[in-house]
Design a protein around this ligand. Structure first.
Ligand code: UT7
Length: 323
């Protein structure tokens, strides 16, 4: 059976870092509130970069370190809810910058699960035999869809990108997955509403361009659905938590990760966290975390890890990977 093996992990963060104290000068908040409720202490925000710029940096590093010729890439998938344009896809902008002329490219909008959805789709193309090499990215400039006067959301989010290379292989790679959506809860987390601009539209256009979240509802959803999803992946793949080296959750809130670890009766140390210095970067959070773990020497060939994303849609997705 063809497998999709992960070859490299890279990330790109914009140079500007913004601390909780910096934000307290913009809205009525405090380092104490933000760090105790979320675990976040600082985040990176773009000044003049867009989502494609960050993704291009991460993808260039991936190709260079793996020694892949850009013409050998068959597919680029990019998970984002903050693309440069509706069309072209951000993946096509990355393709052009990298000279991956033989690749077909598209974006996936599954919010904080977007990178794992993208990995899943790339995995299917590889397993079907049509694709041998893929670049899978998650990138966001959430700062452009954040209302910087709304303290309930602006303290949470950051910008960044990360990604991996996938290659057809005989063993290892993506072993098992569990993927869901629940559109009945779609309004719990919205951003980027496209107003009706038809000349025949009679009502007052609604303006919902910025992130709007029912934090409590999303918290409850994540702490219920993610443990269920992880348990299902472990059971169906006949894997025990003892076999798992690390669990890499979407970095939304330290308290969410603690509840999930408790519900899974898993040691806290297995759960990698970087939310304190990166904030919530939606579809970029899991690949950024993987790249940082790799830089820190935590990832080794043969390790089994679980990755899990949850958020807007609502969507959630868990994947078991052998490195
Ligand atoms: O990535 C997508 C997935 N997203 C998530 O997983 C997010 C899940 N939700 C959460 O992480 C939490 O719900 C939040 C961190 C977003 C909010 O924490 P919370 O404990 O649910 O706070 P809350 O929204 O219930 O607000 C509590 C209080 C309110 O004041 P009152 O009404 O009790 O007087 C807010 O007005 O905290 C106030 N508040 C703030 N105070 C200082 C809200 N934001 C702030 C702030 N600084 N930045």
């Amino acid at each position: 059976m063809i497998r999709s093996r992960i070859i490299g992990f890279e990330r790109a963060l914009p140079p500007v870092t913004v601390t909780n104290d910096d934000l307290a000068k913009m809205v009525e908040t405090s380092d104490e509130w933000i760090s105790s409720r979320t675990g976040i202490r600082k985040r990176h925000l773009v000044s003049d970069q867009n989502t494609s710029d960050l993704c291009i940096i991460a993808a260039e590093k991936l190709l260079e370190k793996a020694g892949w010729d850009s013409l050998s890439v068959d597919l680029i998938i990019l998970g984002t809810v903050s693309p440069d344009y509706t069309t072209p896809s951000t993946a096509c902008l990355v393709q052009n910058a990298l000279g991956c002329k033989n690749a077909f490219c598209f974006d996936i909008a599954a919010a904080c699960s977007g990178f794992i959805y993208s990995l899943s789709v790339a995995d299917k193309f590889i397993k079907n035999g049509g694709v041998k090499r893929a670049i899978v990215l998650g990138g966001e400039t959430l700062s452009k869809i954040t209302d910087w006067s709304d303290r309930s959301t602006c303290v949470l989010f950051g910008d960044g990108a990360g990604g991996v290379l996938l290659e057809a292989a005989e063993e290892g790679g993506i072993l098992y997955e569990d993927i869901h959506s629940d559109g009945s809860k779609a309004m719990a987390l919205t951003a980027g509403y496209r107003a009706n601009k038809s000349p025949f539209y009679k009502a007052e256009p609604k303006n919902d361009e910025f992130i709007d979240m029912n934090g409590r509802e999303v918290f409850t959803f994540a702490t219920r659905k993610v443990p269920e999803s992880i348990k299902k992946v472990l059971e169906e793949s006949k894997t025990s938590m003892d076999d798992i080296k690390y669990v890499v959750l979407h970095q939304a809130n330290t308290r969410i990760n603690e509840v999930i670890a408790r519900k899974l009766k898993a040691p806290h140390e297995k759960f990698y966290t970087n939310i304190d210095r990166i904030g919530n970067t939606s579809g970029a959070s899991v690949p950024i975390a993987l790249a940082e773990m790799n830089e820190e020497g935590l990832l080794h060939k043969g390790d089994k890890i679980l990755i899990s994303g949850f958020g807007g849609g609502l969507t959630w997705a868990t994947m078991l990977i052998e490195l």
